[in-house]
Every structure is written in structure tokens, then in C-alpha cells.
Design a protein around this ligand. Sequence first.
Ligand code: MGD
Ligand code: MGD
Ligand code: MO
Length: 771
Amino acid sequence: MHRSAPVRDTDESELSVTAPKTQAAGVTAVTVALNHAVGEMGVLRTARTLARVNQRHGFDCPGCAWPEPAGHRRPAEFCENGAKAVAEEATVRTVGPEFFARHSVRELADKSGYWLGQQGRLTHPMVLWPGGTHYSPIDWADAYRLIAVALRGLSCPDEALFYTSGRTANETAFLYQLLARSFGTNNLPDCSNMCHESSGTALTGSIGIGKGSVSIDDFEKADLIVVAGQNPGTNHPRMLSALQRAKAAGAKIIAINPLPETGLIGFRDPQTVKGLTTGVQIADDFLQIRLGGDMALFQGLGKLLFEAEDSAPGTVVDREFVDRHAAGFEAYEKHMRAVDLALVEEATGLTREQLERTAARLAGSKATILCWAMGLTQQRHGVATIEEGTNLLLARGMIGKPGAGVCPVRGHSNVQGDRTMGIWEKMPETFLAALDSEFGITSPRKHGHDAVDAIRAMRDGHAKVFFGMGGNFVSAAPDTDTTESALRNCELTVHVSTKLNRSHVVHGTMALILPTLGRSDLDLSPAGTKQQVSVEDSMSMVHLSTGRLRPVSEHLRSEVAIVCELAQELFGPGHPVPWNEFRHDYDAIRDAIARVVPGCVDYNERVRHRDGFQLPHPPRDAREFHTTTGKANFAVNDLHWLPVPQGRLILQTLRSHDQYNTTIYGLDDRYRGIHQGRKVVMVHPDDIAGLGFAEDDLVDLVSEWTDGIERRVTGFRLVPYPTPRGNVAAYYPETNPLVPLDHVAERSNTPVSKAVTIRLEPASSPAGAQP
Ligand SMILES: Nc1nc2c(c(=O)[nH]1)N[C@H]1C(S)=C(S)[C@@H](COP(=O)(O)OP(=O)(O)OC[C@H]3O[C@@H](n4cnc5c(=O)[nH]c(N)nc54)[C@H](O)[C@@H]3O)O[C@H]1N2
Ligand SMILES: Nc1nc2c(c(=O)[nH]1)N[C@H]1C(S)=C(S)[C@@H](COP(=O)(O)OP(=O)(O)OC[C@H]3O[C@@H](n4cnc5c(=O)[nH]c(N)nc54)[C@H](O)[C@@H]3O)O[C@H]1N2
Ligand SMILES: [Mo]
């Protein structure tokens, strides 16, 4: 019943383009999801699996971090893309020793990421010996020994890097950081460094905690919801249902985006029968902003709010909130009053009328939520931009009250939980001290490397062992050529993975692939009891997740087992951490979490409540702000924006509807009308003509950066698209070679994936497969 893996790689010459869709989800989404799932898993496994997604006794969807509603859950509490994520994991296709014997590593390195991922689930631990051409099977015990020998052979623990992707459950994350710190390093780079790091940095400074302040219930209590730099129709489809309910309850919704993203403009709810056929317009207002224009927009709105306050004193600024709970208001007011609105119009590409209408909505709102994602964070001034958005809410007292607050919408399903559990290169002293006293270890205090610094360390020979707990670092990181040679510079690269990806075939002198259980898989302890893990969503709700599918191979180990067994080999008997107990009983891990991690008291008991429990959030719960001033801080920032240099374009790299980060499910970006291919660049029609090209031409994209190094990708098709003049879009990870390693956000060090200056040249090589 299920499809077999593709033998042929992708062929970009089959690409076709149609008009973008005006409605998201609906019947097509349901059909696409089911076809995809049945193709990967067959009918029975599909039925058994999808019925468990996001249900109370089921498993947490490995798709996005959008929360499940409390109270009533619908039978289908997932979306098209969640179903694809589940199918991708629960596929019955496998990649075992015969596969690796058939394909050399060099041959695999020439395949696209799509082809690699489609081959199926990894079934055996595999090793690539120094100088070897093919991966071959290895025993778990021998694999651990190789890693332990390599780690012990380093001249200092900081030569090791422990990367985490955001799927890792809390229990694994807690033990993994404990292993790294017991070993002696804070080198815990994670996908968050490339994702919402700017949000964490901004919010910690402004409100004292780097997490969002709203709960799912707040959506129905809000009267204004702003969605900036986010494409929920593709990346958080269940959020559209929440927005639709908010709209039904009377909220106005404003979308701020350079692209008219389908879900925001129209939506058919696939979770209700009525919604399948009748669509709604989600956004009441669409502000088609220029790339990088949001900081100017927020400052312009700040100025207009003060003008509104002047004409109706006492109605716009929440004086009581500002006086009691905030610091730095006078400096902020002075700064905002000096903002030049003409400059704001130029920077944003918006009209004065649009600015005034938006300001009027903000000024009139009794409960405002500001949502955002990568369009804001992956910008050079992403931190300052988020601070400016937060300033607007603070001035209006829109935090710590029902229906209002900040809402960074997280990506990976447990990326927020991983941070809570200590996956961060600079955890605060209080956490490290608690860890030390719980286990009798001495955690290092020197800050570790984040993702970008980890690449620099490998490049420069300062890091020699790379261990990846999930993820696909080589393809997710910026500056692909630099990152690939950095990885190749390592003595050992190790990946704990479910599926084959490019990070397995761009490797150090020696390489290991350790196959692991996914979310949906049944996890049995050595004694045969069922283990459960826990995760935290984007709104700080923590709950259990229980996999039930029979694993595709008896050789898979859980992530927890892998960490514990490696630790036992690395540290030997007598280590103060009870690794063996943890490996046998995840409750024991949760008891340790309860004693170390703030807000996790009685973890085992509370995580078993019907909907789990919500972690504390002082601004949300009590309008308390644990910042440097003890108050919410208004930030003052110089205005930055992105003028387009003559003859150049500014490129954002984004996700298609048919991918999960570096995992490519298929070759259709249905909503944007791109079919059977991914090597496209979406450009305003006048720019195509203005630069001397024609629709459908094949071009090279060449990025321009201060170091003078030429970064080029070849054979991309020009697609006319309703994007602002001078701003273009193309898919990640195909365009990661264009993002310079040093092009990072100020203060958060996040790669600037949404603003790369490029020029177009006629294609130097034809379209075709390209990894
Ligand atoms: N199906 C699916 N779901 C996913 C993922 C996936 O790949 N597939 N990835 C997960 C992860 S890890 C994450 S982080 C999230 C990502 O979720 P998103 O942030 O929605 O992902 P992107 O595709 O990067 O889209 C960025 C959006 O910001 C807009 N944008 C770009 N630059 C600017 C700007 O300067 N200003 C404004 N206002 N907007 C801008 C783009 O047009 C686009 O709509 O999704 C998560 N969920
Ligand atoms: N140019 C550009 N670059 C970007 C971005 C962008 O918008 N533009 N976005 C950035 C963002 S937001 C993020 S979050 C990163 C994503 O970076 P990563 O998290 O590193 O990448 P993913 O593609 O999500 O990782 C997919 C791999 O994870 C493994 N995997 C899946 N499930 C499991 C599991 O349960 N356990 C284990 N151990 N492994 C598993 C599979 O082997 C799969 O191949 O990329 C960043 N890079
Ligand atoms: Mo992300």
C-alpha cells in the first residue's frame, strides 16, 4: 500500500508555476495529509497513528510548538503538516546496513536532502572508519567506546560540542546537558540559536523572562491580534483555528508580512465540517512591509500613540502600569516623539494612512496580543525590533492581563522545553549551582559556544568532536561551504537521528550514526515497562507524550538510553550521577528535574494532570518583572532599516509548504503555486524586468558581503511574485550557502536568514539536482 522510496533524485526541469492560492487548509489539506500518511505508513498504521496525535494519552505532535487547547479536544487535533511530520517519522521504509553497503558516502553526498530523507528510518548504529568509503554496522557498546575514547583524548572538554535540535524531550535534554556539564563544557549550541534567540534576548531584557506571556485561552479574550513575520498557514496551521475563534469572538487581526501568505489571507478550518467548505478572511488588515522594516513600523506606531495620547489625554498610555511596573518610560517617550514618519514610510513601504489606521486600532484596543516568528528574529536588528514591539505593549499596559501579551511562536515542538531543561550555552548561575548541589558535580562556569561560534571553533581547529542530538546541523546552519568544511575538520562527528540527512554524509575523520526512537515510537525500559517523556509548548504548558508504534527495528534506542549508556562508558563506575537508574526509570529523571529546574516542583505528579501544568511566568502571573531594574524595561533603540542597494536585491530564505526545516516532504509549495521543484526565486515582476531578465529565466544568486568571498547558488528559476520591490524570497536550506557566517543579529548572534544582499546573474549551470 505504501510508496517505495524514490530511486531517482529530483529534477528541477519539471518545475511548474501557477497562481498563489487564496485559501489555506480545507478539503485539499485533508486529502493531501491522508495521501501522504498512507503513502508512508499504509492504511492501518495511519489510522492508529493519527488518532493519537496531541490526544491526552497519545503523543505530542512532532510538528510545531503550538499548544493544544485545554478542555475539549477535537478528534483531529493536528493539521496537514502535523500529519506529514508524523508520517515522515512513522514511515515503514527503512535504511539499514544493506543500504549503506550499496551506497558510498561520496555517492550519498551528491544526493539532495529530499532523496536522503525519503529513504526511510535508520535501523542500525553505523560507523564510518577513518579513510572509509562506506558506513558499516557497529555494536552499541563499541560505538559508545569510540565516542568516549575520542572525548577523553581531547586536550580540554571545550573541544567538544553538544548540539541539540528542538525535538528532544525534556528528560533527554536534562540528561544531555548534565552529560556535557559533567564532562566539563557549556558548549551546548542548539537550533534555538538560529531561531528564536532574538526573542529570548529581547524579552529577558524587557520583561525578565525569555518566553511568551500569553496562554491559548487569551486568544479568545483579545480584541486585537498582530501577527508579524510569521506564516502560520504553513508553519503553525492550528494557530489559524485559534485566530478564527478569536475573530468569531470579535477580535481584529493584522498581518505584517512582505508576502500575502495564504493562511493569513484566507482559511478553511479542516477541523470542523462547516469550515471545510466555507472559508473566512483571517486578516482584517494586511500590512505588506519591506524586509527589515518592522523596527521602523513599531517606532512609527510608538510616535502615533503619543500623538493620540496628546489629542485624548489619559486614554492611550496606561499610566498606572507605566508608573508602577515600568522603567525608562521618559527616555522612550522622548525618543518616539522624535521619530520621523516620512522615514518610517520609506523604510516600511507603507502609507501614512496604513500607519494611522494601525495606530488607531492599537490605541483603541483593550487587549492586544503581538505574535511573531522568524521574519522578526532572523534580522540584523531582530532583538531591537522585538524590544520595540514590546515597548508598544508596555506603553499600553498590555502584559499580565487577560487577552494581552507577547507571543513569540516557537518552532520545534520542544525547543522551549529544551531551554527550560538547561540546553543553553550560558545558563544562569542559579541553575548551575542547583545542578551541582543535586549531583555533586562541578559545572563549568565559562560560557560555551552557540551555533555560530561552534562553526567558528570547528573551522579554526578549536573544537574536534561534534555530537548532534537530533537535527541536521550541516543543512540548518548558515554559510554551507564554511559549515561543511568546519565539520570535515573534526576528528569525530556523531549524530543521534531518526532519518538519514546531509549531516551524516558531510563528516569528520570518523563518523557515527546512532538510530533513535521518535515521538510516536513505543519506548520500553530494559525491564519492559512503558516509558513516557514530557514536553513544553510555546505557552509554557508541560505535558506527557507517549509513543505507541512498534519501532521499525529492534536496534533503536531511546535518546535517554543513548545519553545514559554513553555517560556510563565515558565516566565509568562511581560517577555521582545515577545514570543507570535514569536509564531504567524516567520518573527518576523527572524527580531530579523537580529539584533542579525552577517551577518544576512535583513534576511527576503535575505532568500527569489532565492537561499537564503551566510553568510560572512572573509577568503573566503577577506583573512581576525580574529584570535589572526590577521593572519592565522600555528599550531605546536607534532606527535601522534595509535600503535596497542599486541593482541589488534583498533575499529572505523561508520554508515551503512541503518541508519541515531541512526535511523535505515533497516538492510542492501549493499555497504559493510552486510545483515539482524548489530552486526558485520569487521576485517582483518590475524587478525582473528592471534587472534585464524575463519570467522563467534561470539565474545564479550571488550574495555580497564585506569579506569579499563569493557565495553563489546556481540555476534558480525567476518567478514573478507579489513581494515588495527589491525584496525577494527563496527556500531554505537550498539558499543557506548565501548566508555569510558573520552576518548575525546584534546581541543574539542569530544568523540573518531573512536579509541577505544578493545580485542576479544569468545561470552559470542548468537547473537540476543539487544537494
Ligand atoms: N510545516 C512546517 N512547520 C514548521 C516548520 C517547517 O519547516 N514546516 N518549522 C518550524 C520551525 S523550527 C519554526 S522556527 C517555525 C517557523 O515559522 P515561520 O517564521 O512562519 O517560518 P518562515 O518560513 O521562515 O517564514 C517567515 C515569515 O516571515 C516573513 N518575513 C520575512 N522577513 C520579514 C520581515 O522583515 N518582516 C516581516 N514582518 N515578515 C517577514 C516571511 O514572508 C514569512 O511569512 O515553524 C515551525 N513549524
Ligand atoms: N537559511 C535559513 N536557515 C535556517 C532557518 C531559516 O529560516 N533560513 N531556520 C532556522 C531554524 S528556525 C531552525 S529551528 C533550524 C533547524 O535546525 P535543525 O533542528 O538542526 O534541523 P531539522 O531539519 O529540524 O532536523 C531534522 C533532522 O532531525 C532528525 N530527527 C527528527 N526527529 C528526531 C527525533 O525525534 N530524535 C532525534 N534524535 N532526531 C530526530 C532527523 O534525522 C532529521 O533529519 O534551522 C535554521 N536554519
Ligand atoms: Mo526554528
